[in-house]
Design a protein around this ligand. Structure first.
Ligand SMILES: *Cc1c(COP(=O)(O)O)cnc(C)c1O
Length: 382
């Protein structure tokens, strides 16, 4: 593109990397399998790449799109969501302090606890549903990272990103937001004051359950960002060119997939919110959800496909429903085109704080009627 037009997210995504190969005319960027990149006669690198561990052209294509979509100053692609998060924790020194929510992606919380214990980093867990709890958890001068996950897995509570950013900044800390369930087609966390936004690209960004990847996007190109880039460069925690290329392909349909999943999920949530065999539907798109008003402000492109339902009865009742579902695939993960169901308590084990009758649904892009019928029939049987 020669002009400097400001494109809308749908256009940026559909034309991801807007590519025309000047020698072949190909409109899809090639997969660059080369791990090393040559220099010219002045010994200057010919392109931007030097060595694959520093990031190759396929990774850079994906990073550029996310930088633009989020309005950031840079992005770094990692080999998994948790690898991306770990790069941020790696910047925190012994004696410093991190604040994180009680409802948070399970693996991330487990690892964060381990890192903090081993390295002598303070960690305070706050109640994600109570803004005053977040304020009390922050230690001005010692807290360096305030972590927010919104909507939070698996109860889909909503945290006010702008309010959290004010609290973090007042104390001299940065705000990091896990926005995996709210990709940049619905939430631009950096605009709301976040300093770093995180995505498990394994989920909505790729959307086809066939790539493991993670992403950090920064608001400012500062010292912290330079350190994060160094950490990735040295650890080599980035995906190969094939994965990056698949991720670019997935991104092309992100706005369509997310809109459709949001639409399906809202219909699904509304249908089951008054069902006699269901206690509650936890979905930020429902007017009855405690975080609905904030969600309406900070999820402007839809509430997404993630929700949980509390089945009336105990763990056995919930597992009985899972067994009777035919369309929903019983598997972990989320944000793919196919709908999934998961009994979180079983996955997390006996220490889990998740309600035993909670089922987590990742609503995909199928016909909403078929998904509704599947759960209707399964509930009839229990
Ligand atoms: C999946 C997920 C992660 C971890 O990402 P991986 O790609 O599995 O490493 C972190 N946060 C949330 C909210 C997730 O759903």
């Amino acid at each position: 593109m020669t002009s400097n037009r400001k494109l809308r997210p749908e256009t940026l995504l559909a034309q991801a990397a807007h590519f025309i190969d000047r020698t072949t005319g190909a409109v899809v960027p090639p997969v660059h399998t080369s791990v090393t990149f040559a220099r010219d006669q002045n010994y200057e690198p010919i392109g931007d790449a030097i060595y694959a561990r520093y990031g190759g052209p396929n990774c850079v294509d994906v990073e550029n799109i996310l930088t633009t979509l989020d309005g950031g100053a840079g992005a770094q692609l990692f080999s998994s969501g948790l690898a991306a998060m770990a790069a941020l924790w790696e910047t925190v020194a012994t004696g410093q302090h991190i604040v994180a929510p009680n409802v948070m992606y399970f693996g991330a919380q487990q690892w964060l606890q381990r890192i903090c214990a081993r390295r002598g980093i303070g960690l305070t867990i706050y109640d994600a549903t109570d803004p005053s709890s977040l304020e009390r958890a922050i230690r001005p001068g010692q807290t360096v990272v305030v972590w927010v996950e919104t909507p939070s897995n698996p109860t889909w509570d909503i945290t006010d990103i702008a309010a959290a950013a004010r609290l973090a900044h007042k104390a001299g800390a940065i705000l990091g937001v896990d926005s995996t369930a709210a990709p940049p087609v619905t939430t631009r966390a950096l605009d709301l004051g976040a300093d770093i936004v995180f995505y498990s690209a394994t989920k909505y960004l790729n959307g086809h359950s066939d790539v493991l990847a993670g992403m950090l996007v920064t608001r400012q190109d500062n010292e912290l960002w330079a350190e994060i880039k160094d950490i990735r460069k040295l650890s080599g925690a980035l995906p190969g060119p094939f994965e990056a290329s698949l991720l670019l392909r997935g991104l092309r349909t992100l706005s369509l997939r997310y809109a459709r999943a949001s639409d399906n999920a809202l219909r699904f949530a509304r249908h089951f919110s008054n069902h006699p065999k269901i206690e509650t539907v936890l979905y930020p798109g429902l007017e009855t959800h405690p975080g609905h008003d904030i969600a309406r402000r900070q999820m402007t492109g839809g509430f997404g496909g993630m929700m949980s339902v509390l089945v009336r009865g105990d763990e056995q009742a919930a597992l009985g429903v899972v067994k009777r579902l035919e369309l929903f695939i019983p598997a972990t993960s989320l944000g793919g085109v196919e709908s999934l169901v998961e009994h979180r308590r079983t996955i997390e084990g006996p220490d889990s704080g998740v309600a035993p009758n909670l089922l987590r649904f990742s609503i995909g892009i199928e016909a909403a009627e078929d998904l509704i019928e599947d759960l209707d029939l399964a509930l009839e049987g229990v």
